[in-house]
Design a protein around this ligand. Structure first.
Ligand code: GN1
Ligand code: MG
Length: 366
């Protein structure tokens, strides 16, 4: 606590810090809530940036600053109220005005805590619909961002690259875990070509990259008391990508009837009601800028993300758990299994997804 307190003191916070407690369930950064005394000063969120993963912290924070600046301007132009609860605000340090501080070992940042906002690990169809509206709108707002955003993690959602990492891990097999996961490796390879479709379409000039959030897990958005989405958080991975990233990763997390790391695979299925509610919201905000090829491939996106996450968890398991935080030794294998089960369920629902999307589009083309 004393150390954390001295870290916070480098930032331009208001008021007196009362206590600092752990917050959230992210798998990458460490997050704390900084409570200040009294009701007149804001509380804050302190984060230790995982710089083994985000190696260019200067680029990371530059991206985040341009994104939050741009969204704030858009909200002002729309005459929105309550803007401080709808976009994140990062504090400058006292030393040099940058929005991060390096203590010699670690990089830290502080943002203003948004009061009375909630995050969820699961949502109902109504909240999913609002989330769809919000992510479509997030992409729409960022469509004309003037600054160039860097790739904070190069090739982050590049499926060809993720498969290459898996194949390298398999070839090295540093922990002798490959034999036990042979079944999953076969299932992954069988789908590999189809799943790399986005990369191919992009090379052929048919599929654009747009500024996306790239980590649209349901717990990365803040909901207001009435269920509407206040804002999207966890902006580290905002970068140019295919729109599939945001659409697919939300469904991967929110439309799973079980949890991301469910041990009981009977719990894990694709929830079509959540799919429909989210898709109708997303298309409502995004259909005006989406190309037909993007809309056509939304069911592909719904399969791509459980597939990609399955590949990433399995790679980490084979490598000896060097990337994701784990709570027990076979955690990454359990996650792999659950994501694979979700993929199978998505595949079974593909015809219904296509039908529903076609119905939504009829509404807009009328
Ligand atoms: C990580 O930081 P967090 O927990 O929101 C990961 C995502 C994965 C997710 C799986 C930078 O997100 O890509 O989809 O875990 N973020 C990074 O739960 O790798
Ligand atoms: Mg998160």
């Amino acid at each position: 606590m004393k150390d954390l307190l001295s870290i916070v003191s480098h930032f331009q916070v208001q008021g007196t810090v009362q206590d600092i407690v752990p917050l959230g369930s992210g798998l990458i950064n460490d997050t704390y809530k900084v409570n200040t005394q009294g009701v007149d000063t804001p509380d804050y969120v302190l984060q230790r940036i995982n710089h083994a993963i985000f190696q260019d912290v200067d680029m990371l924070q530059a991206n985040i600053e341009s994104v939050t600046r741009h969204i704030r301007r858009k909200l002002e132009q729309r005459g929105q109220n309550d803007i401080d609860r709808k976009v994140l605000h990062f504090l400058p340090t006292k030393e040099n005005g940058k929005t991060y501080w390096f203590d010699g070992d670690n990089y830290w940042r502080v943002m203003v805590f948004i009061p009375r906002a909630k995050t969820y690990e699961t949502v109902d169809p109504k909240f999913s619909h609002y989330a769809g509206l919000a992510f479509g709108d997030f992409q729409a707002m960022l469509a004309d961002i003037p600054d160039h955003l860097g790739e904070t993690i190069p090739d982050f959602h590049n499926m060809e690259f993720r498969l290459k990492q898996l194949r390298e891990a398999v070839a090295a097999d540093p922990k002798g875990r490959v034999a036990e996961v042979k079944l999953y490796l076969d299932e992954i390879e069988r789908r590999a070509d189809e799943m790399c479709k986005a990369e191919r379409l992009h090379r052929e000039g048919k599929l654009p990259k747009r500024v996306c959030h790239c980590d649209t897990k349901v717990n990365n958005m803040m909901f207001d008391e009435d269920g509407s989405v206040l804002c999207v958080i966890d902006l580290d991975t905002v970068m140019p990508s295919f729109i599939f990233s945001d659409y697919g990763d939300f469904l991967r997390s929110a439309a799973n009837t079980g949890s991301e790391d469910d041990r009981d695979l009977d719990n894990v299925n694709f929830n079509l009601d959540i799919f429909c509610a989210f898709t109708s919201g997303y298309l409502q905000s995004a259909h005006s800028f989406l190309l037909p090829i993007e809309v056509e491939n939304l069911p592909y996106a719904a399969a791509l993300f459980p597939y990609m996450q399955c590949v990433r968890f399995l790679t980490d398991y084979i490598n000896g758990d060097t990337y994701y935080k784990i709570q027990y030794p076979e955690h990454n294998l359990v996650r792999t299994r659950a994501q694979f089960k979700l993929l199978q369920s998505v595949e079974e629902h593909t015809p219904e997804m296509k039908k529903y999307i076609a119905e939504c589009l009829k509404e807009y083309n009328r």
